[in-house]
Design a protein around this ligand. Structure first.
Ligand code: FAD
Ligand code: SAM
Length: 635
């Protein structure tokens, strides 16, 4: 059974004291993670120098992407040492450093904190890493340190299950082979692992390890890798330094590729999809033109708050569930901006299949998700209710307006108010670009190498190779109440949702209620009937609370249209048969969970990077999937 479909088992640790400092020892493997006397120095010698990283990183050109792979994340010491080196030697340009690492037995957050306390000079970097350290759930967790031009894909699961799922448009440039010693951890050094390290590499890739065991040397040599054994650290006689020979040179490590002209990129639509795309590009140092026919957040994305509310899937499906991976990513990612994310947790009240849902939830670690009986639920939400619930601790609210404001401050994002009516293919033989944007008067608004269509319901109008999207009208309602009204300590979902918002420095709070769900209706007028619907939903679970609300005639509201794909998954990626034409649309009811991670994926595909989600997920959201299905159907 794949480790990606079962619960993650955390590292079991003993602690020993060396030089007055606690050092973690793995009970699973009977080996120390590092030695206090020389752990950091050994990392620098073996992995950083062994891959010649000080020189290679220092000479990166602008927009160049460098990827390090690691087997065995452990305490993250190697990655922190790499990050520190990156801070010391990175050129002042738009180059970036990315790490892929795998871990079968992650340390708990407390364990990580305790282990990394051994390295005072890394305290600030450790703090940032621990801040983003993901919960013990299987799959790929992308951690982005945008101001550092540094990111990490931490795959939780057995390397033998994770490595085959990794896809990349950029080979790993340098490997840290850092399992425990081969005699106590043989499975991390076997051919089935090495085979994937090679698959993810290319001529010029380098490999370093503290181990010169025969299995490692021979394993690499059988793939044509040149293996050498320079002096090891301290009293160790040897270490392993190896590289994949390039066709032109026998012994020189990879040289950097020349910088190409930067692509011209346009994004159409400035909802959460377009904003996430623009932000992902801008943080990579790529400028873009962002078009909206009205204004940013004019469509479905402009509600006062959006919920990052996970959906309970069996744990076995978590690692391939885009909504949940995306929701966790959004929470982490947007936390870089003050005032955008409120990590409140969310209580989901259960009204059907209660036993099954509680059973499903019990497979999850308790610091992520807990099932609550009716009494506990009532305590948790400070309201008497008669239902059980699920308390998602890794969930929260997002303020789209605060988010748009910070994103749009980025000087690499050029905003334009214009409705695009047509995207015309250009002849590359005579033109310097692939696509031309036109308005309804057939005037050219710009010419681009890449265009990303993020216009929700209108996306199929701009490219007929996209499937029709279904409109689903939704209205949120809100009203203000005085400070002495009963507080709602945590957002609650129940088919609808309710959250209490506290504007800073105000004695009042706003109660936000969502949301109506009317298929095949694309009108955005605010209706009393929808307010009533939202009231009825909350009345059904908390009548006492609902009774205290002002009359719906005093409520405010906002209606907008969700754009739903035929299979309820986004359309994200390059449009089949249209080089340079991309889309991020069809986000349905969960755009705030889907958009940022899908934007990372599109950037990775467009710019040539490591892809942040497993292969089956990528296949499930590619925009051409319906074309393929209909072709197969007609064969
Ligand atoms: C009532 C309601 C509540 C919701 N609650 C949540 C929630 O709590 N959590 C969550 O994750 N999701 C929620 N959703 C869903 C979420 O809002 C959507 O999934 C998300 O906003 C879709 O983002 P988008 O960028 O694809 O589309 P939109 O936000 O609709 O943006 C599309 C943009 O494209 C522009 N545009 C269209 N055509 C053109 C053109 N031809 N040229 C130029 N510009 C164009 C529009 O002006 C618009 O700004 C809710 C939706 C509704 C309606
Ligand atoms: C020597 S430690 C790594 C130390 C780490 N690089 C650091 O900087 O702290 C080896 C790590 O590999 C992990 N590991 C062992 N077997 C594994 C496997 N099959 N898949 C993924 N990780 C594995 C162990 O749990 C352990 O955390």
């Amino acid at each position: 059974m794949s480790s990606l479909t079962t619960a993650i088992q955390q590292a079991e640790l003993d602690w020993m004291i060396q030089d007055g400092v606690e050092i973690p020892v793995s009970r699973q493997f009977g080996d120390v993670y590092f030695s206090k006397a020389n752990g950091l120095a050994e990392t620098r010698h073996v992995f950083l120098q062994g891959n010649e990283l000080p020189a290679r990183l220092a000479q990166l050109q602008s927009h160049q992407y460098f990827c390090v792979g690691e087997t065995g994340f452990g305490t993250g010491l190697n990655i922190l040492a790499l990050w520190q080196l990156w801070q010391q030697c990175r050129p002042d340009n738009h180059s970036r450093l990315h790490v892929i690492t795998v871990e079968k037995f992650p340390l708990s957050r407390d364990g990580l904190q305790r282990a990394l306390a051994a390295w005072p000079e890394l305290t600030e970097l450790s703090r940032q890493l621990i801040d983003q350290y993901p919960p013990a759930l299987p799959g790929c967790h992308r951690l982005v340190f945008a101001n550092e031009r540094f990111s990490v894909d931490l795959w939780l699961g057995d390397a033998a299950d994770c490595l085959p799922l990794i896809q990349t448009s950029h080979p790993v440039d340098a490997w840290f082979m850092d399992g425990f010693a081969p005699k106590c951890n043989p499975e991390l050094w076997q051919d089935n692992i090495l085979k994937h390290l090679i698959r993810l590499s290319a001529p010029g890739t380098t490999f370093a390890s503290f181990s010169v065991a025969g299995v490692v040397k021979q394993g690499l040599r059988q793939f044509g890798i040149k293996v050498t054994r320079p002096a090891g650290f301290g009293h160790k006689r040897e270490m392993l330094k190896a590289w994949w020979l390039t066709p032109t040179t026998n012994d020189v490590l990879i040289t950097v590729a020349p910088t190409k002209n930067l692509p011209k990129i346009a994004i159409i639509g400035a909802g959460i999809a377009g904003l996430s795309m623009a932000h992902a590009l801008a943080t990579r140092g790529y400028a873009c033109d962002l078009y909206d026919q009205t204004a940013p957040l004019a469509g479905a994305s402009g509600n006062p708050r959006a919920l990052l509310a996970p959906k309970l899937v069996p744990l076995a499906k978590f690692a391939s569930n885009l909504m949940n991976l995306g929701g966790l990513f959004s929470l982490r990612y947007w936390q870089q901006f003050k005032g955008v994310v409120e990590k409140t947790g969310i209580v989901h009240v259960l009204d059907k299949r209660v036993e099954q849902e509680l059973e499903k939830a019990s497979a999850y670690p308790h610091d992520i998700l807990t099932g609550l009986g009716a009494v506990q639920t009532s305590t948790q939400i400070s309201q008497p209710v008669s239902c059980s619930s699920l308390w998602f601790k890794q969930a929260g609210l997002i303020n789209p307006h605060a988010l748009a404001q910070v994103i749009l401050q980025n000087p690499a994002i050029y905003q334009h108010q214009a409705a695009i009516s047509h995207i015309q293919a250009l002849d590359l033989a005579t033109q310097n670009a692939s696509w031309q944007l036109l308005n309804s008067q057939q005037e050219t608004l710009g010419m681009y190498d890449h265009v990303v269509i993020c216009t929700a319901l209108n996306s199929p109008l701009l490219c007929q190779r996209l499937p029709a999207l279904k409109p689903i009208r939704g209205q949120v309602s809100w009203f203000t109440q005085a400070g002495d009204a009963p507080p709602l300590p945590i957002p609650v979902t129940y088919g609808g949702y309710m959250a209490q918002l506290h504007p800073p420095a105000s004695h009042e709070s706003t109660i936000l209620l969502g949301a109506s769900f009317i298929r095949q209706d694309d009108q955005t007028d605010v209706r009393l009937a929808d307010h009533q619907h939202n009231l009825d939903l909350i009345k059904a679970i908390a009548p006492t609370l609902a009774h205290q609300f002002p009359a719906i005639s005093q409520w405010q509201g906002r209606a907008a249209i969700r754009a739903q794909s035929p299979d309820y998954l986004p359309l994200a990626g390059q449009i089949a048969g249209r080089h340079g034409l991309w889309t991020l649309s069809g986000l349905g009811s969960k755009g705030f969970s889907f958009a940022p991670l899908c934007a990372e994926l599109i950037c990775a595909q467009l710019l040539g990077e490591v892809w942040p989600v497993p292969q089956p997920v990528i296949d499930s959201i590619k925009p051409g999937r319906f074309l393929e299905n209909s072709k197969a159907h007609h064969l």
